[in-house]
Design a protein around this ligand. Structure first.
Ligand SMILES: Cc1cc2nc3c(=O)[nH]c(=O)nc-3n(C[C@H](O)[C@H](O)[C@H](O)COP(=O)(O)OP(=O)(O)OC[C@H]3O[C@@H](n4cnc5c(N)ncnc54)[C@H](O)[C@@H]3O)c2cc1C
Length: 402
């Protein structure tokens, strides 16, 4: 949408081909329907720190059209935004549909010919120059430039079925293997399933790979039937090695030092006398978790508190602050917020988004091998690379005519 908008504003005659019945189907489900439209990050370097793969590739795109440009564009088109925690920007209305509506208004004002239910089957290339596209209904559409913004392969029900990656592969371009990212994680341990639906707030999750810390943050974690999810886990998933495997430790009491925790345990256990261990643990953990927790420490929850030895107390403290979780893989692609992998950025010019192999062929958005953490960064990558591709394609056309 942004590629079409900026190409049209740059003077090109633009046709936007969308196979769905409406524009921006994925945008509707972003930010739980509120659309975290960008991250109001003033410094490009700060933005790039949130992009674990190929961040430098985005430098020109972000300089060309950054987060504040997106916020102004939306405001100009009648969609006011607000900034929340972590600089996350949302439409004031909290309706993702207002973002799409605003951009659609801009597209119509710029004279873009929007064609819905129009699926592209392949890109037509002659002598290393793009000459148009072939639609699934057999029609050919000639073009001087084609900008592929078909997204990744996650949530394919929204239309992102990886068509652009296939076209790139067919044209001999390198495509990095795709993996799900920003997604729930499966654990080897079965106990998280017993706590399905339980959310823990203010806990610290640390991920390790080959003995090194790959992620450590404080926040919210959700137990599920497959393992763990929630903001901390979703974020950890983008730091995982390609195997999708890692060790993790959950600190359920990150606000206490080990000494403070031990003192608190000693105090509460000695005050509790004959009460059962699992009952006393309810002062430290949600009830369902307190019932299960002694078993995770190799203890019997029915043990009277007066019989809890120093060794047992140490095991409780250790597990309260470093409860082990073994990550054995991610949830499938259709549940992933983002696709990791895609069109190799080495085959695309970072200054224009034009491919090096085919003149007039551009790629933008999630189809490229760039992905970011949560916080509005992924949509901004799509807006920025789309805007740069659109401007570049229009400028190239003008140069060609001159
Ligand atoms: C549940 C969920 C929540 C998210 N929340 C956020 C968030 O709050 N903030 C954020 O920054 N990011 C979020 N993201 C990620 C963000 O939505 C994507 O990174 C972004 O939409 C990518 O934009 P894109 O234009 O590259 O691809 P897409 O948005 O996937 O758009 C690709 C479009 O191309 C069309 N298309 C595909 N193939 C063809 C074809 N052959 N012919 C014609 N049309 C075709 C598709 O129908 C689709 O409309 C979320 C993702 C998900 C799944």
């Amino acid at each position: 949408m942004l590629a079409a908008l900026f190409a049209a504003r740059g003077g090109a005659k633009v046709t936007l081909l969308e196979k769905n019945e409406k524009l921006g189907k994925k945008v509707y489900i972003t930010g739980k329907g509120r659309c975290n439209v960008t991250n109001a990050c003033e410094d490009v370097e700060d933005f790039l720190r949130e992009v674990p793969r190929n961040p430098r590739f985005l430098y020109s795109a972000l300089r060309c059209f950054g987060p504040f440009d997106m916020l102004s564009l939306l405001s100009d088109l009648g969609c006011e935004t607000k900034i929340e925690r972590g600089r996350r920007a949302f439409p004031v209305s909290d309706h993702a549909s207002d973002v799409t509506k605003a951009v659609e208004k801009g597209l119509r004002q710029a004279g873009v010919d929007i064609r819905l239910h129009s699926e592209v089957k392949r890109i037509i290339v002659e002598e290393n120059c793009v000459t148009g596209v072939l639609l699934s209904d057999g029609r050919r559409l000639p073009a001087d430039a084609v900008i592929v913004c078909t997204g990744g392969v996650s949530y394919p029900s929204t239309g992102s079925t990886g068509d652009g990656l296939k076209w790139a592969g067919d044209l001999g371009m390198k495509v990095s293997p795709v993996l799900p990212s920003l997604v729930g994680l499966r654990t080897k341990e079965a106990w998280p399933a017993e706590l399905q639906g339980l959310t823990l707030k203010n806990v610290c999750l640390t991920g390790y790979s080959c003995g090194k810390i790959i992620y450590s943050e404080l926040g919210e974690l959700l137990f599920t039937h497959f393992g763990v999810s929630g903001p901390l886990v979703i974020e950890l998933s983008s730091h995982l090695p390609e195997t999708g495997k890692a060790e993790a430790a959950l600190n359920l009491k990150p606000g206490l030092t080990r000494e403070q925790l031990d003192q608190r345990l000693t105090r509460e256990l000695s005050a509790a006398g004959k009460k059962q261990l699992s009952t006393v643990l309810q002062t430290l953990l949600p009830m369902r978790f307190a019932a299960l927790f002694p078993a995770l420490c190799g203890l019997d929850g029915k043990t009277p508190c007066s019989q809890v030895s120093a060794k047992m107390r140490a095991a409780i403290a250790e597990n309260l602050q470093a409860l082990p979780l073994t990550i054995i893989g991610t949830r499938p692609m259709d549940e992933a917020i983002i696709t990791r992998g895609g069109v190799d950025v080495k085959g695309v010019s970072p200054n224009t988004m034009e491919t090096k192999a085919v003149k007039g062929l551009y790629f933008a958005g999630e189809a490229l091998d760039v992905d970011a953490h949560t916080g509005g960064y992924n949509l901004q990558i799509a807006w920025s690379t789309g805007a740069l591709a659109g401007k570049s394609a229009a400028a190239a056309k003008k140069e060609g005519n001159a």
